[in-house]
Design a protein around this ligand. Structure first.
Ligand SMILES: Cc1cc2nc3c(=O)[nH]c(=O)nc-3n(C[C@H](O)[C@H](O)[C@H](O)COP(=O)(O)OP(=O)(O)OC[C@H]3O[C@@H](n4cnc5c(N)ncnc54)[C@H](O)[C@@H]3O)c2cc1C
Length: 462
Protein backbone atom coordinates (compact mmCIF):
# COMPACT_ATOMS: atom_id res chain seq x y z
CA UNK A 1 0.00 0.00 0.00
CA UNK A 2 1.31 3.43 -0.93
CA UNK A 3 0.56 6.47 1.22
CA UNK A 4 0.90 9.96 -0.22
CA UNK A 5 0.62 12.82 2.25
CA UNK A 6 -0.20 16.40 1.55
CA UNK A 7 2.61 18.93 1.67
CA UNK A 8 2.44 22.67 2.23
CA UNK A 9 4.70 25.19 0.62
CA UNK A 10 4.84 28.89 0.07
CA UNK A 11 3.21 30.23 -3.08
CA UNK A 12 5.51 30.75 -6.04
CA UNK A 13 5.28 34.52 -5.52
CA UNK A 14 7.22 34.16 -2.26
CA UNK A 15 4.38 35.47 -0.08
CA UNK A 16 3.41 33.53 3.02
CA UNK A 17 0.17 32.44 1.33
CA UNK A 18 -0.45 28.77 1.89
CA UNK A 19 -0.19 26.61 -1.19
CA UNK A 20 -3.21 24.36 -0.99
CA UNK A 21 -2.87 20.70 -1.75
CA UNK A 22 -5.83 19.74 -3.89
CA UNK A 23 -6.86 16.33 -5.17
CA UNK A 24 -9.23 16.34 -8.14
CA UNK A 25 -11.05 13.05 -8.64
CA UNK A 26 -11.92 12.54 -12.31
CA UNK A 27 -9.81 13.65 -15.26
CA UNK A 28 -12.77 14.11 -17.62
CA UNK A 29 -13.66 17.48 -19.13
CA UNK A 30 -14.49 19.32 -15.93
CA UNK A 31 -11.81 17.75 -13.69
CA UNK A 32 -9.00 18.50 -16.11
CA UNK A 33 -10.21 22.07 -16.59
CA UNK A 34 -10.47 22.60 -12.82
CA UNK A 35 -6.90 21.31 -12.42
CA UNK A 36 -5.77 24.09 -14.77
CA UNK A 37 -7.64 26.80 -12.87
CA UNK A 38 -6.11 25.63 -9.56
CA UNK A 39 -2.64 25.31 -11.05
CA UNK A 40 -2.83 28.86 -12.33
CA UNK A 41 -3.54 30.01 -8.79
CA UNK A 42 -0.32 28.31 -7.68
CA UNK A 43 -1.86 25.38 -5.81
CA UNK A 44 -0.54 21.85 -5.90
CA UNK A 45 -2.93 19.65 -7.87
CA UNK A 46 -3.11 15.89 -8.14
CA UNK A 47 -5.56 14.62 -10.72
CA UNK A 48 -6.74 11.03 -10.28
CA UNK A 49 -8.49 9.33 -13.18
CA UNK A 50 -10.00 5.86 -13.37
CA UNK A 51 -9.39 5.33 -17.09
CA UNK A 52 -6.10 5.23 -18.90
CA UNK A 53 -4.69 8.49 -20.24
CA UNK A 54 -7.21 9.48 -22.93
CA UNK A 55 -4.33 10.87 -24.98
CA UNK A 56 -3.25 7.28 -25.60
CA UNK A 57 -6.74 5.89 -26.21
CA UNK A 58 -8.37 5.43 -29.58
CA UNK A 59 -11.85 7.00 -29.77
CA UNK A 60 -14.10 5.30 -27.20
CA UNK A 61 -17.33 3.95 -28.69
CA UNK A 62 -20.60 4.63 -26.95
CA UNK A 63 -19.68 8.10 -25.60
CA UNK A 64 -21.00 11.06 -27.52
CA UNK A 65 -18.00 12.04 -29.61
CA UNK A 66 -18.87 15.66 -30.16
CA UNK A 67 -20.44 18.34 -28.01
CA UNK A 68 -21.96 21.77 -28.47
CA UNK A 69 -19.74 24.40 -26.87
CA UNK A 70 -21.40 27.73 -26.06
CA UNK A 71 -20.63 30.94 -24.24
CA UNK A 72 -20.32 29.62 -20.66
CA UNK A 73 -17.88 26.94 -21.73
CA UNK A 74 -16.01 29.35 -23.96
CA UNK A 75 -15.59 31.83 -21.13
CA UNK A 76 -13.93 29.16 -18.96
CA UNK A 77 -11.67 28.00 -21.79
CA UNK A 78 -10.68 31.61 -22.42
CA UNK A 79 -9.52 31.93 -18.81
CA UNK A 80 -7.07 29.05 -19.29
CA UNK A 81 -5.96 30.18 -22.75
CA UNK A 82 -7.70 27.50 -24.82
CA UNK A 83 -10.76 29.25 -26.25
CA UNK A 84 -9.12 30.61 -29.38
CA UNK A 85 -7.73 27.24 -30.41
CA UNK A 86 -10.96 25.37 -29.69
CA UNK A 87 -13.10 27.89 -31.61
CA UNK A 88 -10.91 29.14 -34.42
CA UNK A 89 -8.91 26.04 -35.25
CA UNK A 90 -11.08 23.15 -34.14
CA UNK A 91 -14.74 24.01 -33.55
CA UNK A 92 -17.33 23.86 -36.32
CA UNK A 93 -19.85 26.71 -36.04
CA UNK A 94 -23.51 25.66 -35.93
CA UNK A 95 -25.71 28.66 -36.71
CA UNK A 96 -29.12 27.13 -36.22
CA UNK A 97 -31.29 24.05 -36.23
CA UNK A 98 -31.79 22.48 -39.64
CA UNK A 99 -35.09 20.63 -39.46
CA UNK A 100 -35.60 17.53 -41.62
CA UNK A 101 -39.21 16.93 -42.56
CA UNK A 102 -40.62 13.48 -43.31
CA UNK A 103 -40.41 14.12 -47.06
CA UNK A 104 -36.68 14.85 -46.76
CA UNK A 105 -36.98 18.60 -47.31
CA UNK A 106 -35.31 20.86 -44.73
CA UNK A 107 -35.65 24.36 -43.31
CA UNK A 108 -33.50 26.39 -40.94
CA UNK A 109 -34.38 27.96 -37.59
CA UNK A 110 -31.42 30.26 -36.80
CA UNK A 111 -30.21 30.36 -33.19
CA UNK A 112 -29.69 34.09 -33.31
CA UNK A 113 -31.24 35.84 -36.29
CA UNK A 114 -30.05 39.25 -35.06
CA UNK A 115 -26.47 39.10 -33.87
CA UNK A 116 -25.68 35.80 -35.62
CA UNK A 117 -24.13 34.11 -32.61
CA UNK A 118 -23.59 30.39 -32.90
CA UNK A 119 -22.60 27.30 -30.97
CA UNK A 120 -19.60 25.14 -31.88
CA UNK A 121 -19.31 21.42 -32.41
CA UNK A 122 -16.12 20.22 -30.70
CA UNK A 123 -14.67 16.74 -30.26
CA UNK A 124 -15.08 15.43 -26.73
CA UNK A 125 -11.83 13.47 -26.74
CA UNK A 126 -9.95 16.23 -28.50
CA UNK A 127 -11.02 18.79 -25.90
CA UNK A 128 -10.18 16.44 -23.03
CA UNK A 129 -6.74 15.80 -24.56
CA UNK A 130 -6.14 19.54 -24.99
CA UNK A 131 -6.99 20.17 -21.34
CA UNK A 132 -4.68 17.39 -20.12
CA UNK A 133 -1.92 18.48 -22.48
CA UNK A 134 -2.20 22.05 -21.21
CA UNK A 135 -1.78 20.80 -17.63
CA UNK A 136 1.67 19.43 -18.62
CA UNK A 137 2.81 23.06 -18.76
CA UNK A 138 2.36 23.39 -14.99
CA UNK A 139 4.97 21.86 -12.70
CA UNK A 140 2.45 21.88 -9.85
CA UNK A 141 0.04 19.41 -11.56
CA UNK A 142 0.49 15.64 -11.35
CA UNK A 143 -1.72 13.19 -13.22
CA UNK A 144 -2.46 9.65 -12.04
CA UNK A 145 -4.32 7.41 -14.49
CA UNK A 146 -5.69 3.93 -13.81
CA UNK A 147 -6.64 5.05 -10.29
CA UNK A 148 -10.17 4.26 -9.18
CA UNK A 149 -11.59 5.97 -6.13
CA UNK A 150 -12.88 3.20 -3.86
CA UNK A 151 -13.38 4.93 -0.53
CA UNK A 152 -13.38 8.42 0.96
CA UNK A 153 -13.36 10.03 4.41
CA UNK A 154 -14.24 13.46 3.14
CA UNK A 155 -14.18 15.38 6.42
CA UNK A 156 -10.56 14.23 6.82
CA UNK A 157 -9.67 14.91 3.18
CA UNK A 158 -8.68 11.27 2.92
CA UNK A 159 -9.20 9.12 -0.18
CA UNK A 160 -8.51 5.51 -1.10
CA UNK A 161 -7.76 4.58 -4.70
CA UNK A 162 -7.14 1.23 -6.27
CA UNK A 163 -4.84 0.96 -9.25
CA UNK A 164 -6.79 -0.75 -11.99
CA UNK A 165 -3.73 -2.48 -13.45
CA UNK A 166 -1.79 -3.71 -10.38
CA UNK A 167 -4.74 -3.64 -7.92
CA UNK A 168 -2.46 -1.81 -5.46
CA UNK A 169 -4.26 0.33 -2.85
CA UNK A 170 -3.16 3.97 -2.62
CA UNK A 171 -4.08 6.27 0.31
CA UNK A 172 -4.10 9.99 -0.35
CA UNK A 173 -4.78 13.01 1.86
CA UNK A 174 -5.37 16.58 0.75
CA UNK A 175 -6.45 20.00 1.99
CA UNK A 176 -9.28 19.92 -0.54
CA UNK A 177 -10.93 17.09 -2.48
CA UNK A 178 -12.77 18.07 -5.65
CA UNK A 179 -15.18 15.44 -6.96
CA UNK A 180 -15.37 15.81 -10.74
CA UNK A 181 -16.01 12.12 -11.27
CA UNK A 182 -19.16 12.35 -13.32
CA UNK A 183 -22.81 11.42 -13.01
CA UNK A 184 -22.11 8.28 -10.96
CA UNK A 185 -19.63 10.02 -8.70
CA UNK A 186 -17.90 8.08 -5.93
CA UNK A 187 -17.15 11.33 -4.08
CA UNK A 188 -20.88 12.10 -4.09
CA UNK A 189 -21.60 8.61 -2.79
CA UNK A 190 -19.34 9.35 0.17
CA UNK A 191 -21.07 12.71 0.65
CA UNK A 192 -24.44 11.01 0.86
CA UNK A 193 -23.42 9.63 4.25
CA UNK A 194 -23.41 13.21 5.59
CA UNK A 195 -26.51 14.41 7.39
CA UNK A 196 -28.65 17.04 5.58
CA UNK A 197 -27.38 15.99 2.14
CA UNK A 198 -30.30 16.06 -0.32
CA UNK A 199 -30.13 13.88 -3.37
CA UNK A 200 -32.44 12.85 -6.20
CA UNK A 201 -31.91 11.19 -9.55
CA UNK A 202 -34.23 10.76 -12.47
CA UNK A 203 -33.81 8.36 -15.36
CA UNK A 204 -35.96 9.38 -18.31
CA UNK A 205 -37.77 6.64 -20.21
CA UNK A 206 -35.80 7.47 -23.34
CA UNK A 207 -32.31 6.27 -24.22
CA UNK A 208 -29.87 7.23 -26.95
CA UNK A 209 -27.86 5.40 -29.54
CA UNK A 210 -25.14 6.84 -31.70
CA UNK A 211 -24.82 6.31 -35.43
CA UNK A 212 -22.58 7.93 -38.01
CA UNK A 213 -22.91 9.64 -41.36
CA UNK A 214 -19.49 9.25 -42.98
CA UNK A 215 -17.74 11.91 -45.07
CA UNK A 216 -18.54 11.83 -48.80
CA UNK A 217 -16.20 10.28 -51.37
CA UNK A 218 -14.34 13.61 -51.71
CA UNK A 219 -13.87 13.82 -47.92
CA UNK A 220 -16.49 16.54 -47.66
CA UNK A 221 -19.71 16.88 -45.64
CA UNK A 222 -22.77 15.07 -46.98
CA UNK A 223 -25.10 17.70 -45.44
CA UNK A 224 -24.73 21.49 -44.95
CA UNK A 225 -22.12 21.64 -42.19
CA UNK A 226 -22.93 24.69 -40.13
CA UNK A 227 -26.09 23.44 -38.48
CA UNK A 228 -27.34 21.10 -35.82
CA UNK A 229 -29.58 18.83 -37.88
CA UNK A 230 -32.79 17.58 -36.26
CA UNK A 231 -35.34 15.02 -37.39
CA UNK A 232 -38.16 15.81 -34.92
CA UNK A 233 -40.76 13.06 -34.87
CA UNK A 234 -42.98 13.87 -31.89
CA UNK A 235 -42.25 11.14 -29.37
CA UNK A 236 -38.66 10.68 -30.54
CA UNK A 237 -35.99 12.42 -32.59
CA UNK A 238 -32.66 12.07 -34.29
CA UNK A 239 -29.97 14.76 -34.32
CA UNK A 240 -26.60 15.14 -36.06
CA UNK A 241 -23.58 17.26 -35.17
CA UNK A 242 -20.68 17.79 -37.59
CA UNK A 243 -17.25 16.31 -36.89
CA UNK A 244 -13.89 17.72 -37.89
CA UNK A 245 -13.29 14.82 -40.32
CA UNK A 246 -16.51 15.77 -42.20
CA UNK A 247 -18.46 12.87 -40.73
CA UNK A 248 -21.53 13.41 -38.55
CA UNK A 249 -22.31 11.98 -35.14
CA UNK A 250 -25.95 11.03 -35.36
CA UNK A 251 -27.86 10.40 -32.13
CA UNK A 252 -31.22 8.69 -32.01
CA UNK A 253 -33.21 9.53 -28.86
CA UNK A 254 -36.21 7.31 -28.32
CA UNK A 255 -38.17 5.44 -25.63
CA UNK A 256 -36.41 2.19 -24.66
CA UNK A 257 -39.59 0.30 -25.56
CA UNK A 258 -39.32 1.55 -29.16
CA UNK A 259 -35.65 0.52 -29.32
CA UNK A 260 -36.62 -2.95 -28.12
CA UNK A 261 -39.11 -3.39 -30.94
CA UNK A 262 -36.40 -2.84 -33.58
CA UNK A 263 -34.89 -6.28 -33.11
CA UNK A 264 -34.22 -7.29 -36.72
CA UNK A 265 -32.49 -5.50 -39.63
CA UNK A 266 -35.79 -5.58 -41.58
CA UNK A 267 -37.70 -3.81 -38.79
CA UNK A 268 -34.90 -1.26 -38.43
CA UNK A 269 -34.87 -0.40 -42.14
CA UNK A 270 -38.67 -0.23 -42.28
CA UNK A 271 -38.59 2.16 -39.28
CA UNK A 272 -35.97 4.39 -40.90
CA UNK A 273 -37.81 4.34 -44.24
CA UNK A 274 -40.92 5.54 -42.44
CA UNK A 275 -39.41 8.21 -40.17
CA UNK A 276 -35.94 9.16 -41.44
CA UNK A 277 -35.94 8.21 -45.15
CA UNK A 278 -33.46 10.90 -46.21
CA UNK A 279 -30.89 9.65 -43.69
CA UNK A 280 -30.62 6.12 -45.12
CA UNK A 281 -28.51 6.97 -48.19
CA UNK A 282 -26.41 9.30 -46.02
CA UNK A 283 -25.62 6.66 -43.39
CA UNK A 284 -25.69 3.71 -45.81
CA UNK A 285 -28.04 0.77 -45.31
CA UNK A 286 -25.38 -1.72 -44.27
CA UNK A 287 -23.61 0.72 -41.98
CA UNK A 288 -26.92 1.63 -40.37
CA UNK A 289 -27.64 -2.01 -39.58
CA UNK A 290 -24.09 -2.66 -38.43
CA UNK A 291 -23.86 0.40 -36.14
CA UNK A 292 -27.36 0.03 -34.74
CA UNK A 293 -26.90 -3.57 -33.66
CA UNK A 294 -23.28 -3.08 -32.53
CA UNK A 295 -24.39 -0.98 -29.58
CA UNK A 296 -27.29 -0.80 -27.22
CA UNK A 297 -29.13 2.37 -26.20
CA UNK A 298 -27.63 4.21 -23.23
CA UNK A 299 -29.74 5.65 -20.43
CA UNK A 300 -30.03 9.36 -19.61
CA UNK A 301 -29.97 10.45 -16.01
CA UNK A 302 -30.46 13.77 -14.25
CA UNK A 303 -29.03 14.27 -10.77
CA UNK A 304 -29.86 17.00 -8.31
CA UNK A 305 -28.17 17.27 -4.94
CA UNK A 306 -27.09 19.80 -2.32
CA UNK A 307 -25.07 21.00 -0.54
CA UNK A 308 -22.10 20.46 -2.81
CA UNK A 309 -19.50 20.56 -0.06
CA UNK A 310 -18.33 18.98 3.18
CA UNK A 311 -16.91 21.52 5.63
CA UNK A 312 -13.76 23.07 4.14
CA UNK A 313 -12.60 19.72 2.75
CA UNK A 314 -14.60 18.52 -0.25
CA UNK A 315 -16.62 19.87 -3.15
CA UNK A 316 -18.58 18.42 -6.07
CA UNK A 317 -18.49 20.03 -9.51
CA UNK A 318 -19.61 19.12 -13.05
CA UNK A 319 -21.84 16.11 -13.61
CA UNK A 320 -20.96 14.80 -10.14
CA UNK A 321 -22.89 17.76 -8.73
CA UNK A 322 -25.53 18.21 -11.42
CA UNK A 323 -25.81 15.73 -14.27
CA UNK A 324 -28.48 16.95 -16.69
CA UNK A 325 -30.11 15.38 -19.74
CA UNK A 326 -28.27 16.58 -22.86
CA UNK A 327 -31.06 18.44 -24.69
CA UNK A 328 -29.94 21.99 -23.97
CA UNK A 329 -26.29 21.20 -24.81
CA UNK A 330 -25.37 22.64 -21.41
CA UNK A 331 -23.97 19.78 -19.28
CA UNK A 332 -20.33 20.45 -20.05
CA UNK A 333 -20.92 24.19 -20.37
CA UNK A 334 -22.45 24.28 -16.89
CA UNK A 335 -19.57 22.19 -15.51
CA UNK A 336 -17.06 24.59 -17.09
CA UNK A 337 -19.01 27.49 -15.60
CA UNK A 338 -18.58 25.83 -12.18
CA UNK A 339 -14.82 26.19 -12.68
CA UNK A 340 -15.14 29.89 -13.59
CA UNK A 341 -17.35 30.61 -10.59
CA UNK A 342 -15.10 28.67 -8.25
CA UNK A 343 -12.09 30.62 -9.48
CA UNK A 344 -13.92 33.88 -8.80
CA UNK A 345 -14.67 32.67 -5.27
CA UNK A 346 -11.02 31.74 -4.66
CA UNK A 347 -10.20 35.31 -5.64
CA UNK A 348 -13.00 36.85 -3.58
CA UNK A 349 -12.24 34.87 -0.41
CA UNK A 350 -8.48 34.89 -0.77
CA UNK A 351 -8.28 31.07 -0.87
CA UNK A 352 -10.25 30.63 2.37
CA UNK A 353 -11.77 27.22 1.71
CA UNK A 354 -14.60 27.33 4.23
CA UNK A 355 -15.96 30.57 2.73
CA UNK A 356 -15.39 29.48 -0.86
CA UNK A 357 -17.14 26.12 -0.53
CA UNK A 358 -20.03 27.48 1.49
CA UNK A 359 -20.75 30.26 -0.97
CA UNK A 360 -20.47 27.92 -3.97
CA UNK A 361 -22.95 25.51 -2.39
CA UNK A 362 -25.35 28.22 -1.32
CA UNK A 363 -25.49 29.99 -4.65
CA UNK A 364 -24.91 27.41 -7.37
CA UNK A 365 -27.74 24.95 -6.73
CA UNK A 366 -30.47 27.33 -7.86
CA UNK A 367 -28.85 27.62 -11.27
CA UNK A 368 -28.06 23.95 -11.73
CA UNK A 369 -31.60 22.95 -10.74
CA UNK A 370 -32.88 25.49 -13.28
CA UNK A 371 -30.75 24.16 -16.17
CA UNK A 372 -31.76 20.61 -15.24
CA UNK A 373 -35.45 21.51 -15.63
CA UNK A 374 -34.79 23.51 -18.80
CA UNK A 375 -32.94 20.56 -20.33
CA UNK A 376 -35.91 18.27 -19.65
CA UNK A 377 -38.22 20.80 -21.28
CA UNK A 378 -35.98 21.26 -24.31
CA UNK A 379 -36.33 17.61 -25.27
CA UNK A 380 -40.03 18.24 -25.87
CA UNK A 381 -39.21 21.40 -27.78
CA UNK A 382 -36.65 19.68 -30.01
CA UNK A 383 -38.54 16.50 -30.77
CA UNK A 384 -42.02 17.99 -31.07
CA UNK A 385 -42.67 21.71 -30.53
CA UNK A 386 -40.21 22.96 -33.21
CA UNK A 387 -42.57 21.66 -35.90
CA UNK A 388 -45.60 23.53 -34.55
CA UNK A 389 -46.79 26.90 -35.91
CA UNK A 390 -47.24 28.21 -32.33
CA UNK A 391 -43.55 27.60 -31.61
CA UNK A 392 -42.49 29.37 -34.79
CA UNK A 393 -44.82 32.29 -34.12
CA UNK A 394 -43.42 32.73 -30.61
CA UNK A 395 -39.87 32.51 -31.94
CA UNK A 396 -40.66 35.16 -34.59
CA UNK A 397 -42.12 37.47 -31.93
CA UNK A 398 -39.14 36.90 -29.63
CA UNK A 399 -36.67 37.54 -32.45
CA UNK A 400 -38.49 40.71 -33.47
CA UNK A 401 -38.58 42.23 -29.97
CA UNK A 402 -34.98 41.09 -29.39
CA UNK A 403 -34.01 42.96 -32.57
CA UNK A 404 -35.96 46.03 -31.39
CA UNK A 405 -34.77 45.97 -27.76
CA UNK A 406 -31.64 43.78 -27.58
CA UNK A 407 -30.77 44.83 -24.03
CA UNK A 408 -34.25 44.41 -22.63
CA UNK A 409 -35.61 41.32 -24.36
CA UNK A 410 -33.26 38.36 -24.58
CA UNK A 411 -35.15 35.19 -25.59
CA UNK A 412 -34.73 32.14 -23.36
CA UNK A 413 -32.50 30.06 -25.67
CA UNK A 414 -30.24 33.06 -26.30
CA UNK A 415 -29.91 33.89 -22.61
CA UNK A 416 -28.98 30.29 -21.76
CA UNK A 417 -26.64 29.75 -24.69
CA UNK A 418 -25.16 33.13 -25.55
CA UNK A 419 -24.94 34.91 -22.20
CA UNK A 420 -23.66 34.10 -18.73
CA UNK A 421 -26.90 35.22 -17.09
CA UNK A 422 -27.38 32.83 -14.12
CA UNK A 423 -29.62 29.99 -15.32
CA UNK A 424 -32.34 30.68 -12.76
CA UNK A 425 -32.49 34.29 -13.95
CA UNK A 426 -32.91 33.04 -17.53
CA UNK A 427 -36.03 31.22 -16.33
CA UNK A 428 -37.32 34.29 -14.45
CA UNK A 429 -36.62 36.41 -17.51
CA UNK A 430 -38.74 34.08 -19.65
CA UNK A 431 -41.57 34.14 -17.07
CA UNK A 432 -41.54 37.93 -17.22
CA UNK A 433 -41.61 37.87 -21.03
CA UNK A 434 -44.52 35.39 -20.98
CA UNK A 435 -46.47 37.74 -18.71
CA UNK A 436 -45.79 40.74 -20.97
CA UNK A 437 -46.90 38.84 -24.09
CA UNK A 438 -49.98 37.55 -22.30
CA UNK A 439 -50.93 41.10 -21.29
CA UNK A 440 -50.33 42.39 -24.82
CA UNK A 441 -52.42 39.61 -26.35
CA UNK A 442 -55.22 40.15 -23.79
CA UNK A 443 -55.23 43.89 -24.51
CA UNK A 444 -55.14 43.14 -28.25
CA UNK A 445 -58.02 40.70 -27.92
CA UNK A 446 -60.08 43.15 -25.83
CA UNK A 447 -59.37 45.95 -28.33
CA UNK A 448 -60.41 43.68 -31.22
CA UNK A 449 -63.59 42.65 -29.38
CA UNK A 450 -64.34 46.29 -28.51
CA UNK A 451 -63.77 47.32 -32.14
CA UNK A 452 -66.04 44.55 -33.37
CA UNK A 453 -68.75 45.55 -30.87
CA UNK A 454 -68.58 49.21 -31.96
CA UNK A 455 -68.71 48.20 -35.61
CA UNK A 456 -71.77 46.00 -35.03
CA UNK A 457 -73.51 48.72 -33.04
CA UNK A 458 -72.84 51.41 -35.65
CA UNK A 459 -74.10 49.06 -38.34
CA UNK A 460 -77.19 48.30 -36.27
CA UNK A 461 -78.16 51.96 -35.90
CA UNK A 462 -77.17 52.92 -39.46
C1 LIG B 1 -25.39 12.05 -25.47
C2 LIG B 1 -24.82 13.22 -24.73
C3 LIG B 1 -24.61 14.42 -25.40
C4 LIG B 1 -24.12 15.52 -24.72
N1 LIG B 1 -23.96 16.70 -25.39
C5 LIG B 1 -23.53 17.80 -24.73
C6 LIG B 1 -23.36 19.04 -25.43
O1 LIG B 1 -23.60 19.14 -26.64
N2 LIG B 1 -22.93 20.12 -24.71
C7 LIG B 1 -22.66 20.05 -23.38
O2 LIG B 1 -22.31 21.07 -22.78
N3 LIG B 1 -22.80 18.88 -22.70
C8 LIG B 1 -23.21 17.76 -23.34
N4 LIG B 1 -23.32 16.57 -22.67
C9 LIG B 1 -23.01 16.53 -21.23
C10 LIG B 1 -21.51 16.34 -21.01
O3 LIG B 1 -21.09 15.17 -21.65
C11 LIG B 1 -21.23 16.25 -19.52
O4 LIG B 1 -21.89 17.28 -18.84
C12 LIG B 1 -19.73 16.35 -19.26
O5 LIG B 1 -19.06 15.26 -19.85
C13 LIG B 1 -19.48 16.36 -17.76
O6 LIG B 1 -18.11 16.36 -17.53
P1 LIG B 1 -17.53 15.82 -16.15
O7 LIG B 1 -16.05 15.96 -16.25
O8 LIG B 1 -18.26 16.43 -15.03
O9 LIG B 1 -17.94 14.27 -16.13
P2 LIG B 1 -17.39 13.10 -17.10
O10 LIG B 1 -17.18 13.61 -18.46
O11 LIG B 1 -18.31 11.95 -16.91
O12 LIG B 1 -15.98 12.76 -16.46
C14 LIG B 1 -15.85 12.12 -15.22
C15 LIG B 1 -14.49 11.47 -15.14
O13 LIG B 1 -14.35 10.86 -13.86
C16 LIG B 1 -13.79 9.57 -14.01
N5 LIG B 1 -14.23 8.73 -12.89
C17 LIG B 1 -15.48 8.26 -12.67
N6 LIG B 1 -15.50 7.51 -11.54
C18 LIG B 1 -14.22 7.53 -11.05
C19 LIG B 1 -13.61 6.93 -9.89
N7 LIG B 1 -14.29 6.16 -9.03
N8 LIG B 1 -12.29 7.16 -9.69
C20 LIG B 1 -11.58 7.94 -10.54
N9 LIG B 1 -12.11 8.53 -11.64
C21 LIG B 1 -13.42 8.33 -11.90
C22 LIG B 1 -14.34 9.08 -15.35
O14 LIG B 1 -13.55 8.06 -15.88
C23 LIG B 1 -14.34 10.35 -16.18
O15 LIG B 1 -13.12 10.54 -16.86
C24 LIG B 1 -23.81 15.44 -23.34
C25 LIG B 1 -23.99 14.24 -22.67
C26 LIG B 1 -24.49 13.13 -23.35
C27 LIG B 1 -24.70 11.85 -22.61
Amino acid sequence: MTTIRNGHANGSNGHAKKQLDVVVVGGGLVGSLEALFLARRGHRVRLYEYREDIRNTPQARGRSINLALSVRGRQALKSVGLEHHMIQEHGIPMRGRRIHKLDGSTYVIPYDANSKQCIYSVGRNYLNCQLLEESEKYGNVERFFHHKLVDAQLSKGSLTFQKTDTKEIVQVTADLVIGADGAFSGVRKAMMKQPLFDYSQKYIEHGYLELCIPADENDGFQMPANFLHIWPRGEFMMIALPNQDCSWTVTLFMPFTNFKRLDTPEKLIAFFEKYFPDSIPLIGKNKLIEDFFAGSPSPLVAVKCRPYHVEDKALLIGDAAHAVVPFYGQGMNAGFEDCTLLDQLFQKHNDNLADILTEFSNTRWEDTFAISDLAMYNYIEMRDLVTRPTYRLRKAIDDFIYWLLPRVWVPLYNSVTFTTMPYHKCVKNREWQDKVLKKISTIGLLAALGGAAVAIKLNYFA
